[in-house]
Design a protein around this ligand. Structure first.
Ligand code: FE2
Length: 244
Protein backbone atom coordinates (compact mmCIF):
# COMPACT_ATOMS: atom_id res chain seq x y z
CA UNK A 1 0.00 0.00 0.00
CA UNK A 2 1.03 3.59 -0.40
CA UNK A 3 2.63 5.20 2.61
CA UNK A 4 3.32 8.88 3.11
CA UNK A 5 7.04 8.57 2.44
CA UNK A 6 6.58 6.73 -0.84
CA UNK A 7 4.02 9.28 -1.98
CA UNK A 8 6.29 12.21 -1.17
CA UNK A 9 9.12 10.47 -3.01
CA UNK A 10 6.88 9.68 -5.96
CA UNK A 11 5.62 13.24 -6.45
CA UNK A 12 9.11 14.68 -6.76
CA UNK A 13 9.07 16.58 -10.02
CA UNK A 14 10.42 14.64 -12.97
CA UNK A 15 12.60 16.65 -15.37
CA UNK A 16 9.88 16.41 -18.00
CA UNK A 17 7.16 17.56 -15.64
CA UNK A 18 9.39 20.34 -14.35
CA UNK A 19 9.81 21.60 -17.88
CA UNK A 20 6.08 21.53 -18.38
CA UNK A 21 5.41 23.36 -15.14
CA UNK A 22 8.03 25.97 -15.93
CA UNK A 23 6.34 26.59 -19.26
CA UNK A 24 2.96 27.01 -17.63
CA UNK A 25 4.33 29.29 -14.94
CA UNK A 26 5.74 31.54 -17.63
CA UNK A 27 2.11 32.10 -18.66
CA UNK A 28 2.76 30.74 -22.12
CA UNK A 29 -0.46 30.28 -24.02
CA UNK A 30 0.50 26.97 -25.57
CA UNK A 31 -2.33 24.49 -26.12
CA UNK A 32 -2.71 21.95 -23.36
CA UNK A 33 -1.69 19.13 -25.68
CA UNK A 34 1.64 20.80 -26.41
CA UNK A 35 2.28 21.37 -22.70
CA UNK A 36 1.94 17.73 -21.72
CA UNK A 37 4.87 16.11 -20.00
CA UNK A 38 6.65 13.60 -22.24
CA UNK A 39 6.25 10.03 -21.14
CA UNK A 40 8.75 8.48 -18.79
CA UNK A 41 10.44 5.41 -20.16
CA UNK A 42 7.95 2.58 -20.37
CA UNK A 43 4.75 1.53 -22.05
CA UNK A 44 2.48 4.04 -20.33
CA UNK A 45 2.28 7.75 -20.94
CA UNK A 46 0.93 10.77 -19.13
CA UNK A 47 -2.02 12.02 -21.18
CA UNK A 48 -2.21 15.78 -21.63
CA UNK A 49 -4.93 17.71 -19.90
CA UNK A 50 -7.75 18.06 -22.44
CA UNK A 51 -8.05 21.78 -21.62
CA UNK A 52 -5.86 24.55 -20.19
CA UNK A 53 -5.05 24.24 -16.49
CA UNK A 54 -7.22 27.24 -15.66
CA UNK A 55 -10.27 25.97 -17.57
CA UNK A 56 -12.08 24.86 -14.43
CA UNK A 57 -11.63 28.12 -12.52
CA UNK A 58 -13.07 29.22 -10.16
CA UNK A 59 -14.25 25.77 -9.11
CA UNK A 60 -10.89 23.99 -9.39
CA UNK A 61 -7.93 26.36 -9.47
CA UNK A 62 -5.15 26.27 -12.06
CA UNK A 63 -2.34 25.73 -9.57
CA UNK A 64 -4.06 22.66 -8.15
CA UNK A 65 -4.60 21.32 -11.66
CA UNK A 66 -0.92 21.87 -12.57
CA UNK A 67 0.42 20.12 -9.50
CA UNK A 68 -2.21 17.41 -9.65
CA UNK A 69 -1.58 16.55 -13.29
CA UNK A 70 2.10 17.38 -13.77
CA UNK A 71 3.36 15.93 -10.50
CA UNK A 72 0.88 13.50 -9.00
CA UNK A 73 -0.48 11.88 -12.15
CA UNK A 74 2.99 11.92 -13.71
CA UNK A 75 4.34 10.11 -10.66
CA UNK A 76 1.74 7.35 -10.97
CA UNK A 77 2.71 6.80 -14.60
CA UNK A 78 6.40 6.81 -13.76
CA UNK A 79 5.94 4.35 -10.90
CA UNK A 80 3.72 2.09 -13.02
CA UNK A 81 6.36 1.95 -15.72
CA UNK A 82 9.03 1.22 -13.13
CA UNK A 83 6.95 -1.63 -11.74
CA UNK A 84 6.48 -3.11 -15.22
CA UNK A 85 10.16 -2.93 -16.14
CA UNK A 86 11.31 -6.50 -16.60
CA UNK A 87 7.80 -7.69 -17.40
CA UNK A 88 7.58 -7.25 -21.19
CA UNK A 89 4.65 -9.67 -21.32
CA UNK A 90 2.54 -7.03 -19.57
CA UNK A 91 3.70 -4.08 -21.65
CA UNK A 92 0.97 -4.39 -24.26
CA UNK A 93 -1.89 -4.46 -21.74
CA UNK A 94 -3.84 -1.28 -21.25
CA UNK A 95 -3.79 0.13 -17.72
CA UNK A 96 -7.51 -0.65 -17.49
CA UNK A 97 -6.85 -4.26 -18.43
CA UNK A 98 -4.02 -4.49 -15.89
CA UNK A 99 -6.09 -3.33 -12.95
CA UNK A 100 -9.17 -5.28 -14.06
CA UNK A 101 -7.25 -8.54 -13.66
CA UNK A 102 -4.74 -8.03 -10.87
CA UNK A 103 -4.65 -11.77 -10.25
CA UNK A 104 -2.82 -12.08 -13.58
CA UNK A 105 -0.11 -9.67 -12.41
CA UNK A 106 2.89 -11.28 -10.70
CA UNK A 107 2.60 -10.98 -6.95
CA UNK A 108 5.94 -9.17 -6.72
CA UNK A 109 4.52 -6.13 -8.52
CA UNK A 110 0.80 -6.56 -7.85
CA UNK A 111 0.55 -3.91 -5.14
CA UNK A 112 2.51 -1.43 -7.24
CA UNK A 113 0.31 -2.05 -10.27
CA UNK A 114 -2.79 -1.76 -8.11
CA UNK A 115 -1.72 1.57 -6.62
CA UNK A 116 0.02 3.23 -9.55
CA UNK A 117 -1.98 1.61 -12.33
CA UNK A 118 -5.10 2.58 -10.43
CA UNK A 119 -3.78 6.10 -10.01
CA UNK A 120 -3.08 6.35 -13.73
CA UNK A 121 -6.52 5.07 -14.75
CA UNK A 122 -8.40 7.13 -12.17
CA UNK A 123 -6.72 10.40 -13.05
CA UNK A 124 -6.95 9.84 -16.82
CA UNK A 125 -10.70 9.44 -16.38
CA UNK A 126 -10.93 12.35 -13.96
CA UNK A 127 -9.51 14.90 -16.43
CA UNK A 128 -11.76 13.75 -19.23
CA UNK A 129 -14.91 13.82 -17.12
CA UNK A 130 -14.52 17.52 -16.35
CA UNK A 131 -14.90 20.57 -18.57
CA UNK A 132 -15.23 24.32 -18.54
CA UNK A 133 -18.87 25.39 -18.22
CA UNK A 134 -19.84 21.89 -17.21
CA UNK A 135 -22.53 20.97 -14.77
CA UNK A 136 -26.16 21.07 -15.88
CA UNK A 137 -27.59 17.54 -16.00
CA UNK A 138 -27.07 14.45 -18.12
CA UNK A 139 -29.63 13.38 -20.70
CA UNK A 140 -30.73 10.26 -22.50
CA UNK A 141 -30.25 6.74 -21.16
CA UNK A 142 -27.87 7.88 -18.40
CA UNK A 143 -30.43 10.28 -16.98
CA UNK A 144 -33.07 7.57 -17.18
CA UNK A 145 -30.79 5.20 -15.26
CA UNK A 146 -30.06 7.86 -12.63
CA UNK A 147 -33.75 8.61 -12.12
CA UNK A 148 -34.53 4.90 -11.95
CA UNK A 149 -31.92 4.44 -9.22
CA UNK A 150 -32.13 7.67 -7.23
CA UNK A 151 -35.61 8.99 -7.99
CA UNK A 152 -34.43 12.37 -9.22
CA UNK A 153 -31.20 14.00 -10.31
CA UNK A 154 -31.15 15.88 -7.01
CA UNK A 155 -31.47 12.53 -5.28
CA UNK A 156 -28.34 11.41 -7.11
CA UNK A 157 -26.51 14.60 -6.10
CA UNK A 158 -27.43 14.08 -2.48
CA UNK A 159 -26.20 10.48 -2.48
CA UNK A 160 -23.01 11.29 -4.42
CA UNK A 161 -22.22 14.11 -2.01
CA UNK A 162 -22.88 11.86 0.97
CA UNK A 163 -20.57 9.19 -0.44
CA UNK A 164 -17.86 11.77 -1.17
CA UNK A 165 -18.03 13.09 2.39
CA UNK A 166 -17.90 9.56 3.80
CA UNK A 167 -14.49 8.67 2.34
CA UNK A 168 -12.10 8.30 5.28
CA UNK A 169 -8.60 9.35 4.33
CA UNK A 170 -7.67 9.24 0.66
CA UNK A 171 -9.88 7.72 -1.99
CA UNK A 172 -12.59 8.29 -4.55
CA UNK A 173 -16.36 8.38 -4.86
CA UNK A 174 -17.84 7.01 -8.06
CA UNK A 175 -20.87 6.76 -10.23
CA UNK A 176 -20.42 3.35 -11.83
CA UNK A 177 -22.26 0.93 -14.10
CA UNK A 178 -22.70 -2.61 -12.92
CA UNK A 179 -22.89 -5.80 -14.98
CA UNK A 180 -26.67 -5.40 -15.33
CA UNK A 181 -26.31 -1.95 -16.85
CA UNK A 182 -27.59 -0.17 -13.76
CA UNK A 183 -25.84 2.76 -12.12
CA UNK A 184 -24.63 2.79 -8.54
CA UNK A 185 -22.61 5.02 -6.25
CA UNK A 186 -19.59 3.53 -4.53
CA UNK A 187 -16.37 4.59 -2.87
CA UNK A 188 -12.87 3.19 -3.10
CA UNK A 189 -9.82 3.65 -0.90
CA UNK A 190 -6.45 4.91 -2.09
CA UNK A 191 -6.28 4.45 -5.90
CA UNK A 192 -8.59 1.47 -6.12
CA UNK A 193 -11.05 1.66 -8.97
CA UNK A 194 -14.44 0.11 -9.85
CA UNK A 195 -12.69 -1.80 -12.66
CA UNK A 196 -11.13 -3.93 -9.90
CA UNK A 197 -14.62 -5.09 -8.92
CA UNK A 198 -15.80 -5.70 -12.48
CA UNK A 199 -17.71 -2.44 -12.80
CA UNK A 200 -17.34 0.40 -15.27
CA UNK A 201 -16.42 3.73 -13.66
CA UNK A 202 -18.45 6.53 -15.25
CA UNK A 203 -17.57 9.53 -13.09
CA UNK A 204 -15.17 9.80 -10.18
CA UNK A 205 -14.36 12.56 -7.74
CA UNK A 206 -10.84 12.56 -6.34
CA UNK A 207 -11.05 12.83 -2.57
CA UNK A 208 -7.30 12.88 -1.99
CA UNK A 209 -6.40 16.17 -0.33
CA UNK A 210 -4.02 16.94 -3.21
CA UNK A 211 -7.15 17.42 -5.35
CA UNK A 212 -8.53 20.33 -3.35
CA UNK A 213 -6.47 21.41 -0.36
CA UNK A 214 -4.77 24.45 -1.92
CA UNK A 215 -8.11 26.14 -2.55
CA UNK A 216 -10.49 24.53 -0.10
CA UNK A 217 -8.21 23.40 2.77
CA UNK A 218 -10.37 21.25 5.07
CA UNK A 219 -13.66 22.31 3.47
CA UNK A 220 -14.24 19.15 1.47
CA UNK A 221 -17.96 19.85 1.22
CA UNK A 222 -17.24 23.07 -0.70
CA UNK A 223 -15.00 21.17 -3.12
CA UNK A 224 -17.65 18.51 -3.68
CA UNK A 225 -20.31 21.17 -4.28
CA UNK A 226 -18.03 22.97 -6.75
CA UNK A 227 -17.30 19.72 -8.58
CA UNK A 228 -20.88 19.57 -9.85
CA UNK A 229 -20.23 22.77 -11.85
CA UNK A 230 -17.52 21.21 -13.99
CA UNK A 231 -18.84 17.74 -14.80
CA UNK A 232 -18.69 16.85 -18.50
CA UNK A 233 -22.00 14.98 -18.62
CA UNK A 234 -21.81 14.27 -22.34
CA UNK A 235 -18.58 12.36 -21.72
CA UNK A 236 -20.09 10.49 -18.78
CA UNK A 237 -23.21 9.63 -20.78
CA UNK A 238 -21.10 8.20 -23.62
CA UNK A 239 -19.29 5.95 -21.16
CA UNK A 240 -22.62 4.75 -19.80
CA UNK A 241 -23.71 3.79 -23.31
CA UNK A 242 -20.52 1.87 -24.10
CA UNK A 243 -21.05 -1.79 -24.94
CA UNK A 244 -20.35 -4.07 -21.98
FE1 FE2 B 1 -5.44 12.82 -7.46
Amino acid sequence: MINRRSVLKAVALTPAAAATLATRNSHAQAPAAAAAAPAPTGPHQLPPLPYPADALEPFIDARTMEIHHDRHHAAYVLSLNRALAGHPDLASKSPEALISDLAAVPESIRTAVRNHGGGHVNHSLFWQSLRRNGGTTPSGPLMEAIVKKFGTFDGFKTEFTRASMSVFGSGWAWLSRDRNGDVLIETTANQDCPYMAGRLPLLGIDIWEHAYYLKYQNKRADYVAAFFNVIHWDFVAKRFSKPA
